[in-house]
Write a protein that binds this ligand. Sequence first.
Ligand SMILES: NC(=O)c1ccc[n+]([C@@H]2O[C@H](COP(=O)([O-])OP(=O)(O)OC[C@H]3O[C@@H](n4cnc5c(N)ncnc54)[C@H](OP(=O)(O)O)[C@@H]3O)[C@@H](O)[C@H]2O)c1
Length: 234
Amino acid sequence: MKVIITGTSSGIGKAIAAHYLNKGVSVIGIGRRHTIDHTNYQPVVCDLTDENAIRELAVEEWVSTEILLINNAGMLGTVKRLSDQNEPDINQVLALNVVAPALLMNRLARACGDKTALTVVNISSGAAKRAIPSWSAYCASKAALEMLSETFYLEELEKGRTTKVYCVAPGVVDTPMQAQIRSVDQVDFAASATFHDYYKSGELVSPELVAQKLNRLLEMPYSGVVSYSLRSIE
Ligand SMILES: NC(=O)c1ccc[n+]([C@@H]2O[C@H](COP(=O)([O-])OP(=O)(O)OC[C@H]3O[C@@H](n4cnc5c(N)ncnc54)[C@H](OP(=O)(O)O)[C@@H]3O)[C@@H](O)[C@H]2O)c1
């Protein structure tokens, strides 16, 4: 098996990459920065907001008998009410959180054809199903990622393929993204205190636990359910 993960420089993506490398699995990491040094780790430098750069990735060379694609790279964007933003960065957020996963699913599914077993994991968020004021672009992007995943799964079924598709909310995880959330002033983000409380009371889960729970989910028999919260996985 080969694992392809986006956004491995920090947080959840880095922990998932380490999890598979420790198991002796080869990992291809796609992102702007690389912080993993391992013989079985192949760093691929790519800004995933750049569609042309994604189109130029040599995905055909990565195909082996079994591929696990994990679309993890994501950004919150500006944490501010939409009407208070001078220059909304919705294009950037959608490019990274929705367009990049869609293009990678497209390219990998085509490269894998009917011969390679493909599993896709898209890292979603509770914000896909719950509107959080000041996160408009992020909530919209994760909701879109859920539908993209559900639709892709049904399309693969229609083609008679056994592609497994998951869209997984990891919970509240101790990563740089949470640090960014805590850095925003309450004036711009009404739920600020809640996220400071999660942190102070030790409610954030570690990225390593997320990697373990994801592995447990992937080892369960595939049921055709696409959307999961890792909170429900022991
Ligand atoms: N932490 C949480 O509580 C939480 C909760 C729900 C969902 N999530 C989701 O979990 C995923 C991982 O987030 P995280 O919490 O681990 O945050 P993180 O530590 O900030 O990781 C984000 C990753 O995405 C990469 N990235 C950002 N912009 C990129 C770009 N333009 N091109 C390529 N890579 C880019 C970052 O790399 P560089 O910046 O180094 O390029 C980094 O590796 C995201 O999809 C996020 O929405 C997180």
